[in-house]
Design a protein. Structure first.
Length: 114
């Protein structure tokens, strides 16, 4: 089978098989480089490329997770007028908030804060 025939055969495959073939090729190249040439320049470039790719995708995925989880909660709390940190600084004579004393006493409360 010549190269053009091979490329035409690959082009005729479904997307699922193309992705599976690419993933298999990546795994096989990784295994071959790791076992046959772990100190080679090719292996260093290979790992540097995938570390960079991983850093980019980690940022993208974590940004999406953050926006989809924290964003709606923030919007709902703002629409509801809720502020759990009580960040409004209304003019008061004192900004001290009263709290219940710890039932353990001050010494044990200092040792067992959480």
């Amino acid at each position: 089978m010549s190269l053009p025939e091979t490329l035409a055969w690959i082009a005729g495959l479904s997307l699922r098989f193309k992705i599976l073939g690419a993933a298999t090729a990546i795994v096989l190249v990784e295994i071959a480089l790791r076992h046959l040439a772990p100190r080679s320049r090719a292996y260093k470039r290979w790992t540097a490329f995938f570390q960079g790719l991983g850093a980019v995708w980690t940022t993208v995925i974590l940004s999406i997770v953050y926006l989809l989880s924290v964003g709606p909660v923030s919007i709902m709390m703002r629409l509801g007028g809720r502020d759990p940190l009580d960040r409004r600084l209304a003019p008061e004579s004192s900004f001290w908030r009263l709290h219940e004393p710890n039932p353990l006493g001050p010494d044990r409360a200092a040792r067992h804060q959480f």
